[in-house]
Design a protein around this ligand. Structure first.
Ligand code: SOE
Length: 382
């Protein structure tokens, strides 16, 4: 086992902070790494909550200013798990301080921010990666392998959905993900970004133009606990939802495939259904994250057959359990941290890069512009 250590500093401790911490804690127990991570410090705005998170999640220290994390000599890696409105400032500062940076998706809240982050990454000595974790679900990594091997032939259709339902209740409060100033967009940038990246990754080609519609079904929501608006309103009141609840779009890929995409938080009964199907001239594949250990494959003109992706020679699986035992959501993050640490240790460039994140950001922007302009077909800048 390598004795090279990299100090890690994390910004944020909510859902993504928890699942990234799980990955930092476990990665060295299951994968041989060129460098060993040391969970040095976690940053959050609330001193009490961050200290509790450090204790629970396994960080040596807790601070309330991310700039302290970026400035520490014993921090080599900065992991950004904050809302999208802070990604650019933190990532650019960390890269300029010579740190390696992994940043949660989407890369930024705008193309301009994503361009600045990509330029900073290109000029930096540190490695950088966007945390599109679903690329590292074994079945999705296997799907990419099948397409790369030509098993599907020429890709004609890419059909992608990301279906959730956590805000169907109109009394769900106005959390930061429902505010454009914090999140940049709604279902589109949060879960639509995932299916854009996963579709482009598996198909090996990217979107060159889209036509879209978006909708906000619930336009006013109760103000969230702890929000400035709640205090100002005397403890009650509502605020406007300023992002999309659902985004649907069609698109053309650079290799000629046609794409249909649906990202919604109003698919009642669907909890985390990231679904992708590719149809090619020789065969097809289909994946549903809610059955993440399976890949359905059609070859030789036969109908779809179920492939259990739990064999030791399937991507990442050999490090875990015997066939048939299965992996979960959190394993996709451990896989991405393992690949990030391998890139740091070997001097390779991690993927998806910030440039890959910028490509997704340009699609998000084209979708929003198309939807705002009566679904006009918008070319995606290369
Ligand atoms: C949205 O609820 C969300 O938490 C996304 O932000 C994550 O990226 C996705 O993995 C699960 O759902």
């Amino acid at each position: 086992m390598s004795d090279r250590t990299v100090g890690v500093g994390m910004i944020g401790y909510a859902f993504m902070g928890r699942v990234h911490s799980q990955a930092w804690r476990n990665v060295a127990a299951f994968f041989d790494l060129p460098v060993q991570p040391r969970m040095r410090v976690i940053a959050g705005r609330s001193k009490e909550a961050t200290e509790a998170a450090a204790e629970r999640l396994g960080w040596d220290e807790a601070v309330t200013d991310w700039r302290e994390v970026v400035g520490r000599a014993d921090v080599d890696v900065v992991d950004i798990c904050t809302p999208g409105d802070t990604h650019a400032e933190i990532a650019i500062a960390a890269l300029r301080a010579g740190k390696h940076v992994i940043c949660e998706k989407p890369l930024a809240n705008s193309v301009a921010e994503a361009e600045a982050m990509t330029a900073a990454a290109a000029a930096a000595t540190g490695r950088s990666m966007v945390a599109f974790n679903y690329r590292r679900a074994p079945a999705i990594a296997l799907a990419r392998r099948l397409v790369e091997e030509g098993r599907l032939g020429e890709i004609r259709h890419v059909r992608a959905q990301y279906l959730q339902d956590w805000i169907v209740d109109p009394d769900f409060p106005l959390v930061w993900r429902l505010r454009k100033d914090k999140a940049g967009s709604g279902a589109l940038g949060d879960i639509g970004a995932h299916i854009i990246d996963a579709a482009q990754f598996i198909a090996g080609q990217h979107l060159v133009g889209v036509s879209a519609i978006t909708e906000t079904f619930v336009k006013e929501r109760p103000l969230a606990e702890g929000s400035a608006g709640l205090a100002a309103s005397g403890g009650s009141g509502t605020g406007p939802v300023t992002v999309d609840d659902a985004a649907l779009f069609i698109g053309r890929f650079s290799g000629g495939a046609l794409g249909t995409f649906e990202a919604t938080r109003f698919a009642t009964g669907r909890k985390n259904a990231l679904r992708i199907e590719l149809n090619g001239s020789l065969g097809s594949l289909a994946f549903d994250f809610e059955a993440m250990n399976e890949l359905w494959v059609s070859e030789g003109g036969r109908g779809f057959e179920r492939l259990l992706v739990t064999e030791p020679d399937h991507p990442y699986v050999g490090a875990w359990w015997p066939p048939g035992h299965g992996l979960g959501y959190e394993h996709t993050f451990t896989h991405e941290i393992k690949d990030f640490l391998e890139a740091i240790g070997t001097g390779a460039d991690p993927t998806p890069s910030f440039a890959d994140g910028l490509r997704v950001q340009r699609v998000l922007d084209a979708v929003e512009r198309s939807a705002a302009d009566g679904s006009r077909y918008i070319t995606v800048e290369d």
